[in-house]
Design a protein. Structure first.
Lengths: 264, 313
């Protein structure tokens, strides 16, 4: 067997990552690994540090201690745009589209990482430039088609209904061609029917685009329903890791969510 | 086959050339106002790249104009006159290069001002550029070889209809072309949501600097044209009021709109010409106009629903 591709933990590795804000230790020596094409969940009660971990992976915060490796290269402390260049794309808990840009342009702009022509070429507009632009326009259209957003492609993104905005944000992230997609509470504000749709969508994306997904989620049903591995945080520490079945039985997790009986 | 946008540009340049050939038939006063319109179009369109498309707030456009005006003036009138004479070429032939040099000088200063301040988010740029405009003015007032506060006089009038509107056409083309590409949509993305833009892999600082430096470059060109239109420049002519005038054009036209901003530049140039009798009270009218506009049409006068269609040409 090929040991490099099958070994889990190859894609993203957090090594004893700690972050302090002043005297507060928000995340304390968390280690975790993500494999290729794996669907992983990160859960925990409110204030456990899930979003902080997420923000460290995406470069919003630099960890105080510890290291983050992506494809065996250090990405610790890189700027968010540099992290996206490496192949980690994200969505936001409170949707952040480009509201005044059309649906089409929201996705098109995310293709910029794969543009070979420079900004100066926009001025000269040579044959190569136009060929590449046409190519990107086609790819954008194809991507919008897959996610049934083509019919609203000329609308400004802010005019879309909530569910479509969520979907558009995921499509936009996919246009950067990530190897790892981070979804920050994608089920927030969704009704049960929409949540079922979302789960289908996430599974579909993983199969279709052959990427890994890390899901930060509050909704247990969604996480337990689709994730293969789950990491549990509480008070900034990792208290458990395992399959959904294992996590459901895990005493520390049960205690974290439901409270512990006091022994005398 | 050239893309359509470049054909339009060439036709515009040719038209400007033809009108220029007959410009001697136009009344001197009217021609002066019309050439001023061309210059203001350059200023408004270039500022629109910074304040409109990229969503930054620069209040120092007159400062960059001053840098371009003085750099170009230095070459044709100041110390540079001797160098050009030594080269043995007619200075009128060298005029485009003089303008270009003025633009480069402004772009260089733009880089020096923009690179440190554009790293910050928020209103810092407005404050820095506000200060920059004042500093440029004071510096120019204190350089005796450039005329100090009396200004530079006797600048030859090289600015013709062709140069004014040719440069305006090139500026409009450049602003349009820069924004109309996959990379160019990044400017709009930065304006819309910087954090999301960063998360999409856009180096937002780089985008802001490109917009700022390009805007400064064209402001410098406008400055060179202005100097060789009026024949006289003084530091006081490039004060805060001038910057505000350009900002109003951009806001009136609708930030991030090409056509609207051009229309606004034309209208406001004519309006300020008509208001000349009121002297300083002109600024009151300007301010009142701005307040009224923000209350009634914050999106600009000349914005209509426009789906920005993707076109490779």
């Amino acid at each position: 067997m090929n040991s490099t591709s099958a070994q889990p933990g190859r894609l993203l590795h957090l090594d004893n990552v700690t972050i302090r804000f002043g005297g507060l230790t928000a995340v304390s020596s968390v280690s975790a690994s993500l494999g290729e094409n794996e669907l992983t969940g990160l859960i925990g009660p409110n204030g456990a540090g899930k979003t902080t971990v997420f923000n460290m992976i995406t470069g919003v915060y630099a960890p105080t201690e510890g290291a983050i490796h992506f494809e065996n290269r250090p990405v610790t402390g890189l700027k968010p745009f540099a992290i996206t260049e490496r192949g980690i794309a994200r969505t936001f808990q409170n949707i952040r589209l480009f509201p005044s840009l059309s649906v089409f342009d929201n996705v098109r702009v995310a293709f910029h990482l794969h543009v070979t022509q420079s900004t100066a070429h926009s001025l000269t507009r040579g044959r190569k430039f136009r060929a590449e632009e046409r190519d990107i326009i086609d790819q954008t259209r194809a991507l919008l088609d897959i996610f049934q957003l083509a019919r609203v492609q000329d609308e400004p993104a802010k005019s879309l209904p909530y569910g479509d905005q969520r979907r558009l944000e995921i499509v936009r992230a996919l246009a950067t061609r990530p190897k790892l997609l981070l979804l920050d509470e994608p089920a927030a504000g969704m009704n049960p029917a929409e949540k079922v749709e979302l789960m289908k969508l996430i599974r579909f994306i993983r199969e279709k685009f052959r990427l890994s997904i890390l899901l930060v989620e509050h909704d247990m049903k969604v996480v337990m329903g689709i994730c293969e591995r789950i990491h549990v945080l509480e008070y900034g520490r990792k208290i458990a890791e395992g399959t959904p079945a294992e996590i459901r039985q895990h005493p520390a997790v049960v205690a974290a969510y439901l409270g512990k009986e006091v022994n005398h | 086959m050239l893309p359509r946008s470049q054909i339009v540009l060439l036709i515009s340049l040719a038209t400007a050339g033809i009108i220029s050939a007959f410009s001697s038939r136009i009344d001197d006063y009217i021609l002066d106002v019309v050439l001023g319109i061309g210059i203001n179009i350059i200023l408004a369109v270039s500022l629109n790249l910074i304040n409109g498309f990229t969503g930054q707030f620069s209040l120092g456009h007159a400062g960059f104009m001053a840098v371009g005006a003085y750099a170009a003036g230095t070459l044709t009138t100041g110390p540079g006159k001797a160098w050009i004479a030594a080269a043995g070429v007619s200075p009128a032939v060298l005029f485009p290069f003089v303008l270009f040099a003025g633009g480069l000088a402004a772009a260089f200063v733009g880089l020096a001002v923009g690179a440190p301040s554009l790293r910050l988010k928020g209103d810092y740029l407005a404050i820095v550029t506000l200060g920059f405009g004042e500093i440029i003015k004071v510096i120019l007032q204190n350089i005796e070889s450039l005329g100090g506060s009396r200004g530079m006089v006797g600048i030859p009038s090289y600015t013709t209809f062709f140069w004014s509107f040719g440069a305006a056409a090139i500026t409009i083309y450049a602003a349009w072309a820069l924004v109309n590409s996959t990379l160019g949509r990044g400017f709009l993305a930065v304006a819309d949501d910087e954090i999301a833009a960063e998360a999409m892999g856009l180096n937002t600082t780089r985008y802001k600097i490109i917009a700022f430096v390009t805007g400064a470059f064209f402001a410098g060109i406008a400055g060179g044209l202005y100097a060789h239109l009026k024949g006289y420049i003084s530091p006081a002519g490039f004060d805060f009021n001038k910057s505000i005038e350009i900002v109003v054009m951009v806001i009136l036209g609708g930030m991030g709109r090409h056509v609207g901003v051009v229309i606004a530049a034309v209208l406001l140039t004519v309006l300020s010409e008509k208001l000349r009798d009121f002297g300083d009270k002109r600024m009151i009218v300007y301010s009142a106009l701005l307040i009224l506009l923000m209350l009634t049409r914050p999106q600009g006068l000349f914005t209509w629903k426009s789906a920005r269609k993707a076109s490779p040409g």
